[in-house]
Design a binder for this molecule. Structure first.
Ligand code: CP
Ligand code: NVA
Length: 308
């Protein structure tokens, strides 16, 4: 038995840039097709099992992966650290090694990208990041699908990110580089996204302090909560700093007339977005949430289906 059980040919999806631009485009196309054929009754993942380690709360990620596995004929196991030996101190790498000896894939949501990388190293099956403090790649698959089906190719478009330079923002930065669109990030100083990710994206990503300048003639406005999971102690300070970056009607009016509004959800109406925008005609947040299911299916088929 080799000391590292993760053969090099095993693919993991810990961040968007783990896949090539062509592979990501292929996933978006596949997801769109799966959405059309949702009642096909085909069971390509029959007998396959996905272990889902959730160290943080989730509605969309948990349900979409669980339903995706069921609809594709496989099975998903929801594993809270509280209920398994991980919560009593069994090392994460040992847990990963055991899970990967019985399951065909591992989904993990926690607050440590480096721990997820540790799981991937210990795993003999694909590992999927269901959100870490640094990235949320599965969210971007759904967001890109939503843009493509609403407005066509995102290449050459202008996207404005308003608010905290957080995990979802980081995945948007990687998307800008891989899908070749412009991402303007309006965030207050002290809430910037990771500088190395911004640098790697080159001219595709610009930090714009002024929310109005970011929104000007944009094709899409995106935001997220001001206080991500695990940051609750900073809530008051964060709200003070981020209040000027709220997405409201005035801001949407600066974007193109047919601009879309996206939010990964859960949202806080009256904070990062007004109810008027969130529930208004330019908002595609419900389509975006449903698309988690179709995008997840495409990802699971790519990673878990036995290759011929
Ligand atoms: N957008 C998203 O990941 O939602 P959940 O936290 O509900 O999974
Ligand atoms: N930035 C948010 C996203 C939730 C889906 C968080 O990490 O809590």
């Amino acid at each position: 038995m080799p000391s590292d059980p993760s053969p090099s040919k095993i693919r993991h999806f810990l961040k968007l840039s783990d896949f090539s631009a062509d592979e990501l485009r292929g996933l978006v196309t596949r997801a769109s097709g799966l959405k059309q054929d949702r009642h096909s009754g085909e069971r390509p993942l029959a007998g396959r099992t996905l272990a889902m380690l959730f160290g943080k709360s989730s509605t969309r990620t948990r349900v979409s992966f669980e339903v995706a596995m069921a609809q594709l004929g496989g099975h998903a196991l929801f594993l809270s650290p509280r209920d398994i030996q991980l919560g009593r101190g069994e090392p994460l790498a040992d847990t990963a090694r055991v899970l990967s000896s019985m399951c065909d894939g591992i989904l993990i949501r926690n607050d440590s990208q480096s721990e997820q990388e540790q799981v991937a190293r210990a795993s003999a099956v694909p590992v999927i990041n269901g959100l870490s403090e640094r990235h949320h790649p599965c969210q971007l698959l759904a967001d890109l699908l939503t843009f493509f089906e609403s407005r066509g190719d995102i290449q050459g478009r202008v996207v404005a990110w308003l608010g905290d330079g957080n995990n979802v923002c980081h995945s948007w930065i990687e998307a800008a580089r891989l899908f070749e669109f412009t991402l303007r990030i309006a965030c207050p100083a002290g809430h910037d996204p990771d500088a190395a990710l911004v640098t790697a994206a080159g001219r595709r990503v610009k930090i714009v302090r002024d929310p109005q300048a970011a929104a000007e003639r944009a094709d899409l406005i995106v935001t997220d909560v001001w206080t991500s999971m695990g940051q609750e102690a900073e809530k008051v300070r964060r709200h003070g700093a981020l209040a000027p970056f709220q997405v409201n009607r005035t801001l949407m009016n600066l974007a193109k007339a047919d601009a879309l509004f996206m939010h990964c959800l859960p949202a806080h109406r009256g904070e990062e977005v007004t109810a008027e925008v969130m529930d208004g005609p330019q908002s595609v947040v419900w389509q975006e949430a449903e698309n988690r299911l179709h995008a997840q299916k495409a990802l699971l088929l790519f990673l878990l289906r036995p290759q011929p």
